[in-house]
Design a protein around this ligand. Structure first.
Ligand SMILES: Cc1ncc(COP(=O)(O)O)c(C=O)c1O
Length: 391
């Protein structure tokens, strides 16, 4: 059997890449796992109860509707219109098996083999991987200034093969949030150049304050070029249940539905019931978890303000801190491996999120218990000190 170059050319998932080294972590440095961006707490009691009830129901394991349960689609539409103040309708929403599936199916519906999709750098690694796996071509939209790309940056990368621009806000790996105005400018750019603007809003609940993440759903013609992707994994703490959503034009969703039909047939019923209970019954719980993660971010920022060991915090938000390490002459993948083997800190190298090595590392502070974040001060300082001594 011959394997395709398309899949062979893609890297393995960076999540779990260091699993074989976990037994070698020093005994006096218990593992500080800041790798995967996954909630470290169980879902709300209401969500657990609903999932248990539906699992025990005689109809709970049947196939469900292709575009998701009506109850969940309705609850999501209500929430979106409350948060964004726009006019999202039921036909604009399709539930998916997680936001990753949402992205994959949308890209498959929008691109022919060889078409280009522009990814803001640093990108979410699964976006880049999927484009390669699906036969599309990633092009890289690197901000010329700060962490938000501009439409001038995009104009320099746009070609007549470009079909979509992908923005993730708040970002993974940076946690950086693009402003409503910046997103508005990208929507204008997408409209003027007849490309789709795909916004991955997995972390939207973690944006501080009550302002809407953007005003795009207020625009009369938003469906013609805007696609908004959502996840229930992070703020409802049900990542293993695999529930997300696409919000976009009904004509796009029709194509997405064909793709979903062939891949998963429908999203998990138990997960969707859990998401519905989360949206409709667990508001207080949800806010409390968001506040806890914000407190972790605050502590993390305080710790990193002293630049322990010369590690410099470039940005933080949602689940993540984006940090520059001070070792210009060493590949970041080696630094990450050494941090694990010498200091017991597990993280993801920035090279998983960008085509070049820019000395960056993603710290998923949301994973850790808040008090354990304090260990970073000594561990990062010791790491750098031991190199100074041996150098
Ligand atoms: C930006 C981004 N999009 C999508 C996902 C995956 O979400 P889901 O679990 O809903 O597939 C993640 C998970 O880390 C993410 O960071």
């Amino acid at each position: 059997m011959r394997l395709t170059q398309r899949t062979l050319a893609q890297p393995d998932s960076p999540i779990g890449a260091h699993a074989h080294l976990l037994d070698d972590v020093p005994a006096n440095k218990p593992l500080l796992d800041l790798s995967q961006g996954a909630p470290g707490f169980p879902p709300a009691p209401e969500v657990q109860q609903r999932m248990a009830d539906i699992a025990a129901h005689p109809d709970g394991s049947r196939y469900g509707p292709l575009r998701g349960l009506l109850s969940l689609r309705t609850a999501l539409v209500e929430e979106l219109n409350e948060v964004y103040g726009g006019d999202v309708a039921l036909d604009d929403v399709c539930i998916t098996s997680g936001c990753n599936q949402a992205f994959a199916m949308v890209v498959s519906a929008l691109t022919e083999p060889g078409d280009e999709v522009m990814l803001a750098v640093p990108y979410y690694f699964n976006h880049d991987m999927w484009l390669g796996l699906d036969g599309a071509v990633s092009t890289y939209l690197k901000p010329s200034n700060g962490l938000s790309p501009s439409t001038d940056d995009a104009a320099a990368v746009l070609t007549d093969r470009t079909r979509a621009i992908v923005l993730v806000t708040p970002g993974n790996p940076t946690g950086h949030t693009m402003s409503s105005n910046e997103l508005g400018a990208f929507a204008d750019f997408a409209r003027d150049n007849d490309v789709a603007l795909i916004i991955d809003e997995t972390y939207r609940s973690f944006i501080p304050g009550d302002a809407a993440p953007h005003e795009l759903f207020h625009r009369e013609a938003w469906r013609e070029h805007v696609v908004s992707l959502h996840s229930f994994s992070k703020d409802l703490a049900i990542p293993g249940q695999r529930v997300g959503a696409v919000v976009g034009a009904p004509a796009l969703l029709n194509e997405v539905a064909k793709l979903i039909d062939c891949v998963t047939i429908c999203p998990s019923r138990i997960g969707q019931e859990g998401a519905h209970a989360g949206l409709t019954e667990a508001g207080e719980w949800r806010q409390a978890r968001i506040d806890e993660i914000a407190a972790k971010q605050h502590r993390f920022e305080q710790i990193m303000a002293a630049e322990p060991g010369g590690f410099e915090l470039l940005s933080a938000g949602a689940y993540y801190g984006w940090v520059r390490h001070p070792f210009a002459d060493v590949p970041t993948s080696d630094i990450v491996e050494q941090l694990l083997l010498e200091q017991g800190i597990l993280m993801i190298p920035g090279t998983a999120f960008m085509p070049a090595d820019e000395q960056c590392i993603r710290f998923s502070f949301a994973n850790a218990e808040i008090d354990r974040l304090d260990e970073l001060t000594t561990r990062l300082s010791d790491f750098s000190l031991s190199r100074e001594l041996s150098g």
